[in-house]
Design a protein around this ligand. Structure first.
Ligand SMILES: NC(=O)C1=CN([C@@H]2O[C@H](COP(=O)(O)OP(=O)(O)OC[C@H]3O[C@@H](n4cnc5c(N)ncnc54)[C@H](O)[C@@H]3O)[C@@H](O)[C@H]2O)C=CC1
Ligand SMILES: O=C(O)C1=N[C@H](C(=O)O)C[C@H](O)C1
Length: 284
């Protein structure tokens, strides 16, 4: 499990996208105090919604049809900049970058779960991490963090001789395609294959992925097949086909709470004093 440093001080969290699928899940942890360990370490400092939303000014508890909580929904970060230490963002690429820039300007740490970033966004994220603590992951589940370690090991052993494909399945409301998780898996496998080819020790991490690989000549065809159907929370399968047999490594998310829990643990781990670019496996 992700370890939570018990000596970390109480951390005030700002949550963006509070009307979204992920924003609601994260807020739920504060309103329903779903996890005692987390509740001892973090408090809700701000609940942020898109500009000019009709729900600005409403108490977050009232909005979620429970008792008044004492935090009013806002679209104005300037008003609440002294009410939080760390911002957790699961929204959309362009607004995520605006929130990131606000955090840089006001020396706040940030946990970014948004996916669908283009390379120029990733360069901005990387640059911001020179000034503040940035935790970025396309997937905050413990399961995927563990599978990434397994994929690295399998690719090192059979990658050179395997036919590899990735299948990702998500709900039909998902905006980006393919999923950020599938791209993360594809990047890891490609980096591992490149390291085998060039005998360089692989140090797979996001930092490396923030800049495209310099070795343009080595292209690995690892196709990603995407399915958008119903309410699927998120499923990923990596297939390694070698002579006479096939490995299928699968992760199936049933509840977005796993992503929310991972993001909240990441926020506690990140705290408000670190500087740099981190990802979920930094805290496993
Ligand atoms: N890293 C991870 O573990 C996970 C990442 N995600 C990613 O998180 C993001 C959000 O996913 P969902 O919550 O399902 O989406 P959603 O569409 O349900 O929610 C998006 C939220 O962002 C807000 N938003 C969008 N554009 C905005 C703007 N211009 N200004 C202010 N607010 C804006 C919306 O109002 C909404 O509250 C996606 O990129 C998704 O891929 C989702 C689940 C897990
Ligand atoms: O949009 C989603 O729902 C999810 N998006 C993330 C991704 O793009 O990988 C993570 C998870 O699969 C759910």
């Amino acid at each position: 499990m992700i370890s939570i440093n018990n000596s970390s001080p109480l951390l005030r969290i700002a949550v963006t996208g509070i009307t979204g699928r992920m924003g609601k899940k994260i807020i739920e942890y504060f309103l329903i105090k779903k996890n005692k360990q987390l509740s001892k370490k973090i408090i809700l400092g701000a609940a942020i919604v898109r500009k000019n939303s009709s729900i600005c000014g409403i108490d977050i508890g009232t909005f979620n049809k429970i008792n008044e909580f004492g935090v009013k929904i806002t679209d104005n970060l300037e008003l609440i900049k002294d009410d939080f230490d760390t911002l957790i963002d699961f929204t959309a690429p362009d607004i995520s970058i605006q929130y990131l820039n606000f955090c840089v300007k006001n020396n706040k740490s940030i946990v970014i779960g948004t996916t669908g970033f283009k390379q120029q966004h990733k360069n901005i994220i990387r640059n911001a991490s020179k000034t503040i603590g940035v935790m970025y992951s396309a997937n905050f589940s413990i399961g995927i963090a563990l599978i990434l370690k397994i994929l690295h090991k399998i690719t090192k052993i059979i990658g050179n001789n395997a036919d590899i494909s990735i299948i990702e399945t998500h709900h039909n409301k998902k905006r980006d395609i393919p999923s950020g998780t599938a791209i993360m898996m594809q990047d890891l496998i490609r980096d591992t294959l490149q390291s085998i080819q060039t005998n360089k020790s692989i140090n797979y991490n996001l930092k490396k992925r923030m800049y495209p690989s310099k070795q343009k000549n080595i292209i690995y065809d690892i196709p990603i097949h995407s399915i958008r159907i119903g309410n699927v929370v998120g499923e990923h399968t990596v297939l390694f086909n070698i002579l006479g047999e096939r490995l299928e490594i699968t992760h199936k998310a049933d509840d977005r709470a796993i992503f929310a829990y991972g993001a909240l643990c990441a926020a506690i781990w990140l705290g408000c004093n670190k500087k740099g670019l981190f990802e979920i496996h930094d805290i496993l």
